[in-house]
Each structure stands twice: as structure tokens, then as C-alpha cells.
Design a protein around this ligand. Structure first.
Ligand SMILES: NC(=O)c1ccc[n+]([C@@H]2O[C@H](COP(=O)([O-])OP(=O)(O)OC[C@H]3O[C@@H](n4cnc5c(N)ncnc54)[C@H](O)[C@@H]3O)[C@@H](O)[C@H]2O)c1
Length: 316
């Protein structure tokens, strides 16, 4: 089997994980990495035994590179992803995909026009427990779905902080809610703010409403001194809880509490393997460019809701 030639743009904390996995997967061959920080590029290239680049434009001229992961700062993701698409490469762009929805739409249009694969790093969908919950909702194993609650809180991350907690962190849960209900929310109401006088919000409480009286509640912050990442799905007949950190699932109903065995998996590995397979087999990815755009649209609507203290209706 011919391996898919790949490269990574941005080799900080997360880009190095992409590079490591691309090197491990039988489906991919890591050919190059790029970082605007030359020292970082050199160190990562040495670690992974590939060529370093400081400038993505030069790297993208290499025709053996068929696909790239874009893992730069959030505010430069869209620019680098657009460069890669224009150079004819398939792209996995990290969340939040772009700083705003105008940039995200441009990525969708370009990928579509060039016939290229575009996916977004909304990797919670690859966690087996999230798949389980989606199936439980679809097959009515929880009865009628009523409400989903997500909590993703931790201390201030030692990162650049070029976007706030909504676009950086809550965006995962906005996507998960769309995914498990398999539909778009119709309205959003949110409260966000900066407790520590930061440039962007460091806490957010977001409520989404869906057709048929279903709702979702998301709590995200960079204030809580310990890390908690939970998803709870409440149905008329049962409650399913997922601890994202241990990947443990618990199902409770009136008679019993059950813990189905879900073998923990590295979601990034599953995501990158899926990315490579979809390109090779010309299949639609689990997370489309449109999914990335939708999550970003809801994030922007949540920020608007908080700024105006109003419910924001989400249109098509
Ligand atoms: N999907 C997830 O669960 C997940 C997890 C962590 C981070 N991320 C995303 O990955 C991205 C990177 O996060 P991080 O924690 O690795 O940040 P980081 O600051 O550790 O690394 C970013 C790297 O990108 C480089 N860079 C910035 N602009 C560049 C450009 N135009 N061209 C080339 N290199 C450039 C920087 O020099 C730095 O080395 C962010 O967008 C973040 O939201 C996603």
C-alpha cells in the first residue's frame, strides 16, 4: 500500500503530537514539518527525522506532500490552511479552524473548488464513549433525549491565548452537542466573561436549544484549579455519563448502574488515521469543513448572546 505523504505546519505542543502519530501510522509517511520559529522547526525535524521549513510556502512546493495538518496558533490557522489548499494539498486544520466564520467559509469554498479534502480537528467525536452516546440517542436506548450537559474546566493553559475559552475550548462541546443530537441547535443563550481581566473571556456558560424541547448546557473555563471533562446525556429512561479523562462510561436507569467496557483510545490517532483513509478512499470525513464552520458559527452566536444578554436564534 502506498503511504500518504504528509506534513505538519506548526510544531508546538499539539503539532508535535500530529507529527508523532503520522510517523507511527502505517497509512502515512511524515515528510516535512514547518514552524515560523526556526529553532522549534529544527528541533522537531531532528526529533522526527524529517526536513524542517520556516516558510510553509516553500514546503508546500514539494509534490510528494499530499496532505497537511495545520496546528499553528488559532489566529493563523485559516491563513496557513488556505495556503495549503491553494497549493493543492488536503487539509486537516485544527480547531477552531479560523478566527471568524468569514475565514472559515473561504476555506470551504476553496476546498470545494479545488476538489480537496478539508476536515477540522474536532476530535471528541473519535472517543468511543461519544460514539456510544450518539448511538444510544439514535437507537432510543436512553428513551427520549432530554438534555446533554458538558463540563470542560481547568486552570489557565500555558498557551498563547489568542482566542478566548469559547473558541478554544467550548467549541469541542458545541460540536459534540450537534453530533450526539445529530442536528443543529435552534437558539443559544450564553454568559461569558473574564474573571482575571484577560484580553478574552476565560469562562463561559452556554445553553443551546434544539427542536422538540431538547437542550444542552456547556460550562467551560480556565479558572478551576483542577481539570474536569464530562459529558452527561439525560434521557427519559436512562442517564449516560462519560468521563473524557478516563474514557469511562456509566449508564444509570431506575433499576441498575452499568459500566460498559470501552477500551480507552487515543482520539488523535483515530482522527489522523481516519483523515488518511478518507483521502485515499475518497470518502467523506466524519468531521466535514461544514461541521467546523457550524461549530464556529455557534461559538460566535454565544459570544454575541453574552454581549447583548439576549437569546440568539441560529438560522441556516
Ligand atoms: N484538537 C485538540 O484537542 C487540540 C488540542 C490542543 C491544541 N489544539 C489546537 O492546535 C493549535 C496549536 O496549539 P498548541 O497548543 O500546539 O500551540 P503552541 O503555541 O504550542 O504551538 C503553535 C506553534 O505554531 C507555530 N506557528 C504559529 N504561527 C505559525 C505559522 N503561520 N506558520 C508556521 N508555524 C506557526 C508557533 O511558532 C508554535 O510553535 C491551536 O489552534 C489549538 O487550538 C487542538
Amino acid at each position: 500500500m502506498k503511504k500518504l505523504g504528509v506534513a505538519v505546519i506548526g510544531t508546538g505542543f499539539w503539532g508535535k503530537n500530529h507529527a508523532r502519530i503520522f510517523r507511527e501510522l502505517p497509512e502515512t509517511e511524515l515528510l516535512a514539518i514547518c514552524d515560523i520559529n526556526a529553532e522549534r522547526a529544527k528541533a522537531a525535524a531532528h526529533q522526527f527525522g524529517v526536513k524542517p521549513f520556516k516558510d510553509a510556502g516553500r514546503m508546500l512546493k514539494d509534490e510528494s506532500i499530499e496532505a497537511v495538518s495545520v496546528c499553528t496558533w488559532s489566529t493563523s490557522l485559516a491563513k496557513e490552511a488556505l495556503k495549503a489548499l491553494r497549493a493543492g494539498k488536503h487539509v486537516l486544520v485544527e480547531k477552531p479552524m479560523a478566527t471568524n466564520t468569514t475565514q472559515a467559509k473561504k476555506l470551504l469554498e476553496t476546498a470545494d473548488k479545488e476538489g480537496l479534502h478539508l476536515t477540522v480537528g474536532l476530535l471528541m467525536r473519535f472517543i468511543p464513549g461519544v460514539q456510544y452516546i450518539r448511538n444510544a440517542v439514535e437507537n432510543k436506548n436512553v428513551g427520549n433525549p432530554v438534555c446533554a450537559t458538558a463540563k470542560r474546566v481547568a486552570q489557565w493553559p500555558e498557551r498563547i491565548g489568542d482566542v478566548g475559552v469559547v473558541k478554544d475550548t467550548a467549541i469541542h462541546d458545541l460540536d459534540v452537542m450537534r453530533y450526539i443530537f445529530n442536528e443543529d441547535p435552534i437558539a443559544v443563550y450564553a454568559k461569558t466573561g473574564s474573571m482575571r481581566n484577560r484580553k478574552f473571556e476565560d469562562y463561559a456558560q452556554i445553553m443551546l436549544t434544539f427542536e422538540g424541547d431538547k437542550s444542552a448546557f456547556i460550562e467551560s473555563n480556565w479558572l478551576t484549579p483542577y481539570k474536569t471533562r464530562m459529558l452527561i446525556m439525560t434521557g427519559s429512561e436512562a442517564i449516560v455519563k462519560l468521563d473524557y479523562i478516563t474514557q469511562e462510561l456509566t449508564i444509570e436507569n431506575a433499576k441498575e448502574t452499568v459500566q460498559p467496557r470501552c477500551i480507552p483510545q487515543e482520539p488523535l490517532k483515530l482522527e489522523l488515521q481516519h483523515f488518511a483513509k478518507c483521502i485515499t478512499r475518497k470518502e467523506k470525513p466524519m468531521v466535514t469543513g461544514m461541521d467546523g464552520l457550524r461549530a464556529l458559527q455557534i461559538a460566535e452566536a454565544a459570544l454575541r448572546s453574552s454581549a447583548t444578554n439576549r437569546v440568539v436564534k441560529l438560522r441556516d
